[in-house]
Design a binder for this molecule. Structure first.
Ligand code: 13P
Length: 229
């Protein structure tokens, strides 16, 4: 299983360090086949030792240059960071990243050999329009995305389940993952209100290779409870 923590705009450099030290101690007894990722805010990126992978929540597709407010490869290389989240619905919505922008970013970091967690997800009105509408919407988010890339992990995160406390049902996750898996052959994570109370039933679903967790990952006890559920 893959367990990924997306801190979003939470935690500081100091609290991230304390979190990772605590997590690292717990991961000594992690199953070898499990993988753990942590995506701290950009200001907390650093070199950390332990049985986990640190990734960046975002970066601009450039080595360096005049892109005020962004970081590029130069800043990631300083800490040997080679993992990135791309396509998260919050960036698509709040930062207006359209599919073309997302695909360009994907292509750039693929060329650099990065491991990519590529996020897709539909809004509530699409979910309410039925399975065909959901499939059409999600598959459109693969436009310009090379899924034959061996270092991509896809994360399905229904927007209406993110930060709402209401996860998708087991049936919704199972049928959506089955549909996605019939269109690609990559590991597939589920994200959206994953927490200690529902981790077991979610990771037991066929076609779920792991989870991408926001709110319930912010506390190290809660995140490790999920890893060792
Ligand atoms: P929550 O776990 O807070 O619903 O967030 C999910 C998410 O967006 C992870 O990327």
């Amino acid at each position: 299983m893959i367990y990924a923590a997306n801190f979003k705009t939470n935690h500081t450099r100091t609290t991230t360090r304390a979190y990772i030290e605590a997590l690292s101690e717990k991961l000594v007894k992690k199953k070898v086949e499990d993988r753990v990722f942590v995506f701290p805010p950009l200001t907390a990126l650093d070199r950390f030792e332990g049985d986990f992978t640190i990734g960046t929540q975002n970066a601009y597709p450039t080595q360096n240059g005049a892109y005020t407010g962004e970081i590029g490869l130069e800043q990631l290389n300083e800490f040997d960071i080679t993992t990135i989240l791309i396509g998260h619905s919050e960036r698509r919505e709040h930062m207006h990243e359209d599919q073309q922008t997302v695909a360009k970013k994907y292509h750039f970091f693929m060329e650099q050999g990065f491991e990519i967690i590529y996020c897709i997800g539909e809004p509530l009105e699409v979910r309410e329009s039925g399975d065909d509408a959901v499939a059409k919407y999600l598959l459109a988010q693969f436009k310009g995305i090379d899924l034959s890339y061996e270092k991509v992990i896809v994360a399905y995160e229904p927007i209406w389940a993110i930060g709402t406390g209401r996860s998708a049902t087991v049936e919704e996750i199972a049928s959506t993952h089955a549909m996605l898996k019939s269109n690609m052959d990559r590991p597939l994570l589920y994200g959206g209100s994953v927490k200690p109370a529902n981790i077991k039933e979610i990771t037991a679903i066929d076609g779920v290779d792991g989870v991408l967790v926001g709110s319930a990952s912010l506390d190290v006890e809660s995140f490790s409870q999920m890893i060792f559920c």
